[in-house]
Design a protein around this ligand. Structure first.
Ligand SMILES: [Cu+2]
Length: 73
């Protein structure tokens, strides 16, 4: 399982949290999602055999939340 922290500057409220959580949980290979609204970060745990970081970025882009940076957690 891989863990990553995503820097998502457009997170601003609980609506964002719900939209991001729903979008990511719909992806195969996602184990857990936690959104920190004040920090504008997403803590994601996923199976790299089923999901790539590129795909995660693409899903969040489509949802309207581009990822500015990511780092291993
Ligand atoms: Cu919001």
């Amino acid at each position: 399982m891989s863990k990553v922290i995503l820097d998502v500057p457009d997170i601003s409220c609980e609506h964002c949290e719900r939209a991001i959580t729903r979008a990511l949980r719909g992806e195969r290979g996602v184990a857990s999602v936690r959104v920190d609204i004040p920090a504008k970060k997403v803590y994601l745990e996923y199976d790299p055999a089923e999901l790539t970081l590129e795909k995660v970025r693409s899903v969040l882009d489509d949802e309207g939340y581009p990822v500015r940076a990511s780092q291993p957690a």
